[in-house]
Design a protein around this ligand. Structure first.
Ligand code: FO1
Length: 315
């Protein structure tokens, strides 16, 4: 069963890891958000791609991003030189950014670099950037526009978000690899990532929504998972962002966003939100109510199996 999973950072990576374990090697393709990408210390950094990559390789750090067993000597040395070190890059993680930056400078496409990293780390799944063109998520706060990582890491998501833009999106294109993944998919999964700044940029890449619509027209089922549980984001600022952008900060608010772009056949939400199920069903979605909190490897695999069951022909 070939599965295409759309994902952002930590939450998406956990479900992707469950899917990878529930599928045969090579059956999973993860399309990752690149709107969070940035350049720091002259290095090309792709946080969501790397979070998914390290998680699928079983080497992710304790916070879910970065690497396990890190040391921070380079950051310490940069701080002594007076450089800003608010974006923490571990010593081993820096090797990934050196590898990527070098290959991009030589003219490789971001997709080729990502596939090279997956091979080097022995990952059986493919991780594809949503596009090879540069797209940068920016958020408008009461103090003006901010680059995404300025808002997310440096300011710890404290400001209210009044608007979001994906700079460069109009010049972006779905890559041949992304198109091929949708054309050969048996199921599409939308991970429990932030619907606005993780899944939003992927859906905004010209061509991607059309590929999803074509896949669904040939009978491929598309299943989304809510990252809002009991009115709270499992991680990050999705709940506050939904509210400040005028949506309901619940699983229903997430379902409404996806229903507005006719993205899904089925929606998976937590047992705690069961009372919202009839309203979500009224949007035309099949609803699966289950445990969605992925605290350990067993929970990731269990949720992945529920999602795959909802995506299967018998659902
Ligand atoms: N998140 C943080 O909260 N603080 C950091 O210093 C930080 C550094 C970092 C370095 C490399 C990387 O791949 C990810 C990193 N992240 C960090 C996570 C990341 O920026 C966010 O979780 C995502 O962009 C949101 O999906």
């Amino acid at each position: 069963m070939r599965v295409v999973c759309l994902a952002g950072g930590v939450g998406g990576a956990k479900l992707a890891e469950g899917l990878q374990r529930g599928l045969a090697p090579g059956e999973l393709t993860v399309i990752v958000n690149t709107g969070d990408d940035l350049e720091r210390h002259s290095l090309a950094i792709c946080p969501d791609q790397d979070t998914v990559m390290y998680t699928l390789a079983g080497i992710a750090g304790p916070e879910g991003w970065g690497l396990a067993g890190e040391t921070w000597h380079v950051m310490g040395a940069l701080a002594r030189l007076g450089e800003g070190t608010w974006f923490h890059l571990g010593d081993k993680d820096i090797a990934t950014h050196l590898y990527r930056t070098e290959r991009l400078r030589r003219g490789e496409r971001p997709t080729e670099v990502s596939l090279g990293l997956c091979r080097a780390l022995g990952i059986s799944s493919q991780i594809l950037p949503m596009t090879d063109e540069s797209v940068r998520t920016r958020v408008r706060t009461d103090d003006g526009w901010l680059d995404f990582q300025d808002y997310f890491v440096r300011l710890r998501q404290a400001p209210e978000v009044r608007a979001v833009e994906f700079a460069g999106i109009e010049r972006a294109q779905a890559t041949p690899e992304v198109r091929e993944a949708f054309r050969t998919a048996d199921a599409i999964v939308v991970a429990p990532s932030n619907p606005i700044v993780s899944i939003g940029p992927i859906l905004a890449v010209p061509g991607i929504v059309d590929e999803i619509a074509s896949a669904r027209a040939r009978g491929v089922r598309s299943v989304g998972v809510s990252g809002i549980v009991g009115g709270k984001a499992l991680r990050g600022p999705a709940d506050r962002m939904l509210a400040s952008l005028g949506d309901e900060a619940t699983a229903l608010g997430v379902a409404r966003r996806y229903a507005a772009v006719a993205l899904l056949d089925a929606f998976v939400m937590d047992r705690i939100d069961e009372a919202l199920a009839p309203t979500v069903r009224a949007l035309g979605l099949q609803v699966v109510v289950t445990d969605t909190i992925m605290n350990d490897a067993a929970a990731r695999l269990r949720l992945a199996r529920d999602v795959l069951a909802a995506a299967g022909p018998a659902a």
